[in-house]
Design a protein around this ligand. Structure first.
Ligand code: 5GP
Length: 236
């Protein structure tokens, strides 16, 4: 499969059209951004690690009955996937309070939530990805029906039910993560984007250390070593 024209360049990926009108290629970049682009850097090899980690997790989810856009990993930085109409909702799943939940609601960092929290953010850089409720999402026309919002929540919980025990067995707490969904050519809602330490938080069970993009957000260093560690735990 060959790249043709550049469809879109985001903060962490370039998305290319291909010779097949139903397929796209995501090229994972080494760029790092945080706080809506206010913090910027780059880490050689980060893109390839995220491509490999996402590939393994999409395969795991596909094997467990979750439809995803994943088709094939083409090489270190390139993933072939289905073309979808993107739903402009970031679905945030949280098992442990940290990050914006702690900042916004004053819940103590590290509090294990009494149940898995699923939130919606409006995927809109200009507005800084604000929180959405169901009525906002319907008024904005981000989905057509309430049923579709219910389906996003249901799929997000199913994905958490697969990933949380999977990572716990590998010595990692899955703290929270961000999912994106799209509609394929038949109108089915499927998981898109990526699943990597750029959009998931992982804490080591033993040490409590962050093994994800918080190392960059909090200037802790050691980001690449942490991402390599995540990939090795997935592969072993
Ligand atoms: P928070 O709302 O605490 O900043 O983020 C919650 C979770 O969603 C974290 O795992 C974070 O990485 C992910 N997340 C939220 N918004 C974004 C975003 O715009 N981009 C990326 N890559 N991850 C996000």
């Amino acid at each position: 499969m060959k790249k043709t024209t550049l469809l879109y360049e985001g903060k962490a990926k370039k998305i290319w059209n291909t010779t097949d009108e139903n397929l796209l290629i995501s090229e994972f970049k080494d760029d790092l951004t945080a706080f809506n682009g206010e913090m910027k850097s780059s880490e050689a090899g980060k893109g390839a690690l995220n491509n490999k980690i996402s590939t393994e997790l999409f395969k795991l989810l596909n094997d467990n009955g979750i439809p995803t856009h994943f088709v094939d990993m083409l090489d270190d930085n390139n993933m072939l996937h289905k073309k979808c109409d993107v739903i402009l909702i970031e679905v945030i799943v949280r098992n442990i309070a940290t990050g914006s939940l702690t900042r916004n609601l004053g819940i103590e960092d590290g509090t294990v939530l009494p149940f898995t929290l699923v939130e919606f953010d409006y995927k809109n850089d200009k507005l800084g990805d604000p929180k959405l409720n169901d009525q906002h999402a319907l008024i904005l026309g981000l989905v057509d029906y309430q049923d579709e919002l219910d389906k996003l929540r249901r799929m997000a919980r199913q994905i958490n039910d697969i990933l949380k025990p999977y990572f716990f067995e590998k010595g990692l707490k899955l703290v929270d993560f961000k999912l994106e969904f799209g509609k394929d050519k038949d109108g089915n809602i499927i998981l898109i984007d990526e699943l990597s330490p750029d959009n998931c938080r992982f804490w080591d069970v033993q040490s409590g250390e962050s093994m994800d993009k918080d190392r960059f957000r909090q200037n802790k260093g050691g980001l690449k070593v942490a991402y390599e560690n995540i990939l090795n735990r997935i592969l072993n």
